[in-house]
Design a protein around this ligand. Structure first.
Ligand code: HEC
Ligand code: HEC
Length: 150
């Protein structure tokens, strides 16, 4: 009995430490940084998504876009994808400034191939998404960034 009374507070303390470690929200500290490592994209709140875009989406997308056209995409910014949404802070997608996709007259060429073979698959993985399924209209694809042409 005496032994249990001595041990119990330690168990409680251990549980507390383990709990704090697993809960990324508690790691949001004075630094203003938000730990997103343990969260999937759908689980993140708006501020966590903002931080994740900067830390995890920008570097591979910068590399991919520069690999496609080093001159045009020497430095991409949030506005490269978000357009006006990056300026007003809404980050709403799809983005009006991007080429409208006409599924009846689907774009072809190097730009479309780059989108199809690099941007879409990489972003699908980065955003913990399912690939676009045209039969349901669900999943990540061209019209997650581009508007659909009327
Ligand atoms: C390569 C394109 C790309 C770039 C660059 C990019 N984003 Fe995004 N962003 C997206 C896409 C696509 C979505 C929507 C994902 C989805 O369908 O849920 C998104 C969503 C977001 C969201 C969530 C919006 C919401 O309503 O939940 C935020 C916040 C965001 N981005 C911020 C940023 C910031 C900040 C930057 C720059 C550091 C940035 N993004 C750069 C493609 C991009
Ligand atoms: C993650 C966001 C995102 C997704 C998903 C996406 N695009 Fe794009 N797309 C962009 C951005 C950013 C640009 C460059 C805009 C610019 O030139 O500033 C672009 C440019 C283009 C262009 C013009 C290329 C050029 O050479 O000027 C075409 C065509 C295009 N996309 C087609 C597609 C197609 C088709 C898909 C689906 C297979 C797709 N995009 C998916 C963000 C996206």
């Amino acid at each position: 009995m005496t032994q249990l009374r001595v041990i119990a507070p330690f168990i409680a303390l251990l549980a507390l430490v383990a709990c704090t470690k697993d809960d990324p929200v508690d790691e949001t500290g004075e630094t203003g940084e938000t730990a997103t490592e343990d969260l999937t994209w759908p689980e993140m709140d708006f501020d966590q998504r903002k931080a994740y875009m900067a830390s995890d989406v920008m570097p591979p997308m910068q590399a991919a876009f520069a690999g496609y056209d080093a001159e045009a995409f020497e430095t991409i910014t949030c506005a490269t994808c978000h357009g006006a949404g990056a300026e007003d802070g809404s980050f709403t997608m799809p983005a009006e400034h991007l080429y409208p996709i006409d599924f009846a007259d689907f774009p072809t060429g190097d730009g479309a191939d780059f989108m199809m073979n690099e941007v879409v698959p990489q972003m699908t993985t980065l955003l913990d998404a399912e690939p676009f399924d045209s039969s349901t209209g669900e999943g990540f694809g061209c019209i997650s960034c581009h508007t659909a042409a009327e």
